[in-house]
Design a protein around this ligand. Structure first.
Ligand SMILES: [Fe+2]
Length: 395
């Protein structure tokens, strides 16, 4: 294949007759097109690897490979899919026109046609291709732009989510500093809760939301006076009533958010001390009237409190914690939640091992590192997770 000039619009002429090459060159000698010539289909197809024409003038009657076969092979070349093919044939148009235009070509011109007609047809198809190429280019540009913008938006949303999580996490940590000295309670209990939720068949998105929301369960303690929250020894009835309000205070702090895990945090804060038998607080909800997430977090919170070592007590061993949870099955805890909890003991032990007590770090996140927490649990006597005595197993 060789070309007659360097104009960007290139016409490929495939014809075994050299006189047709000369005729086409003569017709287009004053037109702003480059003409490339091939005397057979195989040669033209071989050259398509290095030259992509803008239009093909194709003879039908050629030895070895006729024009139909050549057109068929051209159309499967990726960069040639949208290149117009004009049949330039000496055969009768009425005989081959339906087949030629129906399957292979975009137009048909007789070799005996007037040169002005040939030029006009070629110009029409080149202009049409130019418009289509521009549309295709614009589509690719917009597709690329949309993809890029979507990726940037997704990244921005992810960063915003991370920022929101970090702010919530640090505020939660700040509230925990008031009455906790050591530990990774928040991380463990939130992972326990997520693991139980996953075992109970909740959707992954919900499980993830629980993981992020559970750390906020006690955020309402920020509203409990130090003289009560930090008091050593038993609380009076009045003080105990005040302590219970950490649930409603927490819910009030988190109320009205448009962020999913904060809204779930509100539910958790309000309901994590409710009990299956209705003896919990603040509303004495019973059974499935307690939101499932509250029932899940209740068990996760208590289990971690039971198995955590504190300066003033040793951790209960897991067997003892299991016994206490079994004793609370159907009383304090939802039996379905208890069943799920015992079904994932390998994962529970893995979480417990992963988030060991250690030095407090404000750089911690819900997914890694220790967090400050103090459970005021005297050895041998289950207490409420607020750190005060309770009347039953409500650690
Ligand atoms: Fe609590």
């Amino acid at each position: 294949m060789n070309c007659t000039n360097n104009d960007p619009a290139t016409i490929l002429v495939i014809d075994d007759d050299p006189s047709i090459h000369r005729m086409v060159a003569r017709i287009f000698r004053h037109q702003p097109y480059a003409c490339c010539f091939a005397d057979s289909g195989p040669k033209a197809l071989a050259d398509l690897e290095r030259v992509t024409p803008d239009l093909v003038l194709l003879d039908l009657s050629m030895p070895h490979m006729d024009g139909f076969e050549v057109a068929e092979k051209i159309k499967v070349v990726e960069q040639m899919r949208h290149v117009p093919i004009i049949i330039l044939s000496g055969l009768s148009g009425m005989d081959i026109l339906p087949r030629a235009l129906g399957e292979y070509a975009d137009d048909f011109i007789s070799k005996t046609a007037d040169p002005s007609e040939i030029i006009a047809r070629v110009q029409y198809h080149l202009n049409r291709k130019r418009v289509l190429d521009q549309m295709h280019s614009d589509q690719q540009y917009y597709h690329h732009t949309i993809s890029l913008t979507s990726a940037q938006l997704a990244l921005a949303l992810e960063r915003l989510k991370d920022a929101s999580l970090e702010v919530i996490w640090r505020l939660t940590t700040a509230s925990e500093y008031r009455d906790n000295e050591t530990g990774a309670h928040i991380q463990r209990m939130s992972h326990y809760a997520a693991a139980i939720a996953r075992r109970m068949g909740l959707k992954q998105k919900t499980v993830e939301t629980i993981l992020y929301a559970a750390p906020m369960h006690d955020i309402g303690k920020i509203g409990i006076p130090d003289r009560i929250l930090l008091k050593e020894g038993p609380l009076s009835d009045t003080e105990w009533q005040t302590m219970k309000t950490h649930t409603t205070i927490g819910a009030a702090i988190l109320r009205g958010s448009s962020i999913g895990f904060v809204r779930l945090g509100e539910v958790i804060a309000l309901t994590h001390h409710e009990k299956w038998d209705g003896s919990g607080y603040p509303n004495g909800l019973k059974g499935r009237r307690i939101p499932l997430v509250g029932r899940i977090v209740a068990l996760a919170d208590v289990f971690d409190a039971l198995t955590s070592k504190r300066p003033y007590k040793e951790a209960f061993n897991i067997e003892t914690a299991h016994r206490i949870i079994i004793e609370g099955n159907g009383i304090h805890f939802d039996p379905d939640v208890v069943r799920a909890f015992f079904a994932i003991q390998d994962e529970i032990r893995e979480i417990k091992a992963r988030f060991q007590e250690g030095p407090a770090s404000l750089a911690s996140t819900p997914l890694a590192g220790p967090i400050i927490y103090r459970q005021d649990l005297p050895t041998g006597r289950p207490m409420d997770t607020t750190g005060r005595k309770a009347t039953s197993i409500s650690v």
